[in-house]
Design a protein around this ligand. Structure first.
Ligand SMILES: [Mg+2]
Ligand SMILES: [Zn+2]
Length: 185
């Protein structure tokens, strides 16, 4: 038996409603509104040694509301802004499919986080998923990491529809989630 590599702790980040405002199928330059405090919070996670990756469902592509190229330029702006603040996002796992396409990459399916384990060396048990949807919480449970639900984006409605496997905590926003993670380390 070859012992498993220890792996690194990651914080997996939902995008819309968690890092930037969720404007419903945003892709135009005017749809881009970073949520307050996100940059400083991500800098704190990086300084504490967490890897960062984004996990996002973009069904607007599958529904024909915008193109992959639209997504690439919109998402690239976020990555560029974060990089300019010294924040490396090691991967973005993006599902472009509509819900009825039956793909295996759409949250809450765990394929994205299993890929992070295999490709980035993420230690899922030592990692966290932060998002504003019940399916972000479900994703964490399906992949064996810990979940935090934020109340930005759709978080208020989603907090009412959490299933039998709740998150570790429901917190105001990403900076509050990061404070909790760093406080529990
Ligand atoms: Mg979201
Ligand atoms: Zn998919």
């Amino acid at each position: 038996m070859v012992p498993a590599m220890a792996g690194r702790p990651f914080v997996f980040l939902d995008r819309d409603g968690t890092l930037i405002e969720d404007v419903n199928y945003g892709y135009r330059p005017e749809d881009y509104h970073p949520i307050a405090g996100v940059t400083a919070a991500l800098q704190r996670l990086r300084a504490a040694g967490f890897g960062l990756a984004i996990v996002t469902n973009q069904a607007g592509i599958g529904r024909g509301l915008f193109t992959r190229a639209d997504y690439d330029s919109f998402h690239g702006r976020l990555l560029d802004d974060l990089a300019a603040a010294g924040i490396e996002i090691e991967a973005t796992y993006m599902c472009p499919h509509a819900p009825d396409e039956g793909c295996t990459c759409r949250k809450p399916a765990p394929a994205s986080l299993f890929a992070a384990r295999d490709e980035l060396g993420a230690d899922l048990e030592a990692s966290w998923m932060i998002g504003d949807h019940a399916k972000d919480v479900e994703l964490a449970h399906n992949a064996g990491c810990r979940a935090l639900l934020v109340l930005t984006g759709h978080g208020e409605e989603e907090a009412a529809r959490l299933g039998e496997r709740p998150p570790v905590a429901v917190v105001a926003d990403l900076p509050a989630a990061v404070a909790l993670i760093l406080g529990s380390a």
